[in-house]
Design a protein. Sequence first.
Length: 171
Amino acid sequence: MQTEERTPARVTGTTIGYLYVCPRELWFFQNHIEMEHTSDLVSMGKLLHEESYNREKRKERPIDERNLVDFIDKDGILHDVKSSPSMQKAHEMQMLYYLYLLKQKGAPNRKGVINYPRQRRTVEVELTPEQEHEVEEAIQEVKRISDLPTPPDIAFMKICKSCSYMELCWS
Ligand code: SF4
């Protein structure tokens, strides 16, 4: 397996989310290994990003040069819109990472909401000291996995069946 010249691991909300979806896919993403997406195979990444909600109706707002949230409401609450809560932990950690970044920038005590419009459901997220520690551990884990010389071995998961890396991982 060939990879491009290694660069320092980039940590973003997306990579934090990948960590909780599949560490192996995180490694592929960080090492620029992409697969052709066929009509019936869906990148797990799409489960991290809302693909059906009309993005044009939202006003994506930058947290910094690498991270965006879908919108910030009039009360200053960050919102991300997702299609399914099947990856809720990944969505929550992604939002917690944004709240962590804002705290680092001198804006503590911000809140986030994950919106699941199809399910008419919302999940509120706040950065407690425990969760701040969890985010810091996740950042270190993203760096560690990204810098591995080969993708980490993991057990087969149900989501593998719909992942674009299925053939690469399991054939
Ligand atoms: S096929 Fe499974 S193990 Fe491989 S990247 Fe996809 S989700 Fe991860």
